[in-house]
Design a protein around this ligand. Structure first.
Ligand SMILES: C[S@@+](CC[C@H](N)C(=O)[O-])C[C@H]1O[C@@H](n2cnc3c(N)ncnc32)[C@H](O)[C@@H]1O
Length: 215
C-alpha cells in the first residue's frame, strides 16, 4: 500500500486491527519459541501490545512501524519514555529490551537493527501488503532473520474485498513465498468477522498460524 494510506488510517483512528491485548496465537505458540534472551523482530508493528508481552518474556524486541504517531502512542500507553535518535531515514525509539524504529520497514538493515534475529512475530504484517509487495517483504524479512531462526506467522483468509487490507493470504501463497524454508501449519481457526470486513461483504475470516524455520 502507499504510505499515505497508512498515515491516513492512523490520523483518522481507523485502526480496527489494533487488539489492545496480546494476540491469542502469540499466547498459544509464543512460549514454545525460547524467547528468553532471543532477538525478536516485529515488522509493521503498529502499537501492538505484543511488543510489551514479548519483552516481558525476556526477549530483546525490535519493532518497525511506518507511522511515528503510532510509535509515540505505544510508548505513552505503556507509560514508558523512550530515548529518541535519528538513524538515517528512521527514528529509533529505545527503552531497555525494546526498540521501535519509526519509518519504512524496507529501509531497516541488520546492522542498524543491532544484528540479525532469532525470531520474527508477524501478525497482520504480510496481510497488510498487496500483491507485488509480498515477495519483496518476505525477501527483506528473511534477510533480517538468521539461518535456523523461526517466524511465527498469522495470516487471514476471507472472502471479502481484494483491494484493501487485510488481504486474504491463502496457504498456497504462504508456502510459495517461503518455498526455501520449512513451513509448518500450527493452527487454522475461524475468527470473528470484523465490522469493517462484514460491511464490505465478507462472510467469514479464518486465521492460519505457521511456524517457519529459515533455511
Ligand atoms: C494491519 S496493521 C498491523 C499492526 C500490528 N502488526 C498489529 O498486529 O496490530 C499494519 C501496520 O503496518 C504499518 N506499515 C505499513 N507499511 C509499512 C512499511 N512499509 N513499513 C513499516 N510499517 C508499515 C501500518 O502503519 C500499520 O500500522
Amino acid at each position: 500500500m502507499h504510505h499515505e494510506f497508512w498515515h491516513q488510517r492512523w490520523e483518522e483512528g481507523k485502526i480496527g486491527f489494533h487488539e489492545g491485548k496480546p494476540n491469542e496465537h502469540l499466547l498459544a505458540h509464543g512460549p514454545k519459541l525460547s524467547l528468553e534472551d532471543a532477538r525478536v523482530l516485529v515488522p509493521l508493528c503498529g502499537k501492538s501490545v505484543d511488543l510489551a508481552w514479548l519483552a516481558a518474556q525476556g526477549a530483546e524486541v525490535v519493532g518497525v512501524e511506518l507511522v511515528t504517531s503510532a510509535v509515540e502512542q505505544f510508548f505513552a500507553e505503556q507509560g514508558l519514555v523512550p530515548e529518541r535518535t535519528k538513524v538515517g531515514a528512521l527514528e529509533r525509539f529505545h527503552v531497555p529490551d525494546l526498540t521501535i524504529f519509526a519509518g519504512d520497514f524496507f529501509v531497516l538493515d541488520a546492522a542498524t537493527a543491532g544484528g540479525s534475529f532469532d525470531v520474527c512475530w508477524d501478525r497482520a504484517a504480510l496481510v497488510a501488503l498487496p500483491t507485488g509487495m509480498r515477495e519483496r517483504y518476505v525477501a527483506h524479512q528473511r534477510s533480517l532473520v538468521r539461518s535456523g531462526g523461526t517466524t511465527l506467522l498469522v495470516t487471514f483468509e476471507h472472502d471479502g474485498p481484494t483491494t484493501e487490507p487485510p488481504f486474504s493470504v491463502p496457504s498456497a501463497l504462504v508456502r510459495s513465498l517461503y518455498a526455501d524454508d520449512a513451513v509448518e501449519a500450527l493452527a487454522v481457526e475461524d475468527s470473528p468477522l470484523s465490522p469493517g470486513l462484514a460491511s464490505r461483504g465478507a462472510t467469514f475470516v479464518r486465521d492460519h498460524v505457521y511456524r517457519i524455520v529459515r533455511a
